[in-house]
Write a protein that binds this ligand. Structure first.
Ligand SMILES: Nc1nc2c(c(=O)[nH]1)N[C@H]1C(S)=C(S)[C@@H](COP(=O)(O)O)O[C@H]1N2
Ligand SMILES: [Mo]
Length: 210
């Protein structure tokens, strides 16, 4: 009931809207702050923090976009109540990153970092979902600048703020820590099916003290 449906195409889309959501025509742009300019020569994707080997792992834009490409069909749910259903996201699965730069066994959470210090925290299990994808494309076309070019994270089963646009790296953490919106009133977990919108709805164990 209302949970992601699996199909052979790697679909994480549902045929129902989470509670309180509505479908909006088109694809609105929602974010805090300016749209960063992409400078390929300065761009790198970094995995750091509690890696298994203790090292930092870096990819240039060329290296990162050469990683195996897959697609996931998924819905996008903004906490401000608009949803976009059934988009096909193309890019590099989060699992690929976990394989190439494995976390230490003590890692429980990740912080996903984007341009200008934007961040969002995820449980390792949410990041490791087979549907979590670093997207370079939507419906076969490169992302536009305002939608996150060159790279954004899509976590289909959580509210969209859990997927930073203009993502630049991942920090492996051995304890939970709040990201940008999670420090500013949004729920630490953000499951749209449970309508976990705001931090005041959190129950003990849902997140670190505010
Ligand atoms: N870097 C960054 N990524 C972000 C945000 C942001 O403020 N900064 N906002 C999030 C929110 S709240 C939503 S709803 C989606 C919106 O994605 P869209 O503009 O492509 O629709 O981006 C998410 N990613
Ligand atoms: Mo949002």
């Amino acid at each position: 009931m209302g949970h992601p449906v699996e199909s052979e195409s790697g679909a994480a889309a549902s045929f129902e809207l989470p509670p309180g959501q509505r479908v909006q025509r088109g694809w609105p742009v929602t974010h805090y702050g300016p749209v960063p300019k992409f400078r390929p020569e300065r761009w790198e994707f970094r995995v750091f923090g509690a890696t298994a080997d203790g090292d930092k792992h870096c990819w240039t834009h060329e290296e990162f976009t050469a990683l195996p490409y897959t697609t996931v069909v998924a819905d996008l749910h903004c906490v401000t109540k608009f949803s976009m259903l059934g988009a096909e996201w193309g890019g590099i699965p989060a699992r690929t990153i976990l394989e190439l730069a494995p976390p230490a066994p003590t890692v429980t959470h990740v912080m996903v970092w984007a341009e200008y210090g934007f961040s969002s925290n995820l449980r390792l299990s949410d990041f490791a979902s087979e549907h979590t994808i670093f997207a370079t494309h939507k419906d076969g076309e490169l992302l536009t600048a305002e939608h996150g070019f060159p790279l954004r994270l899509i976590v289909p089963h959580l509210y969209a703020w859990k997927g930073p646009k203009w993502v630049r790296g991942v920090e492996y953490m051995t304890a939970d820590r709040r990201g940008f919106w999670e420090e500013r009133g949004y729920h630490n977990i953000g499951d749209p099916w449970k309508e976990q919108r705001y931090s005041y709805q959190e129950e003990p164990g849902d997140g670190p003290e505010l």
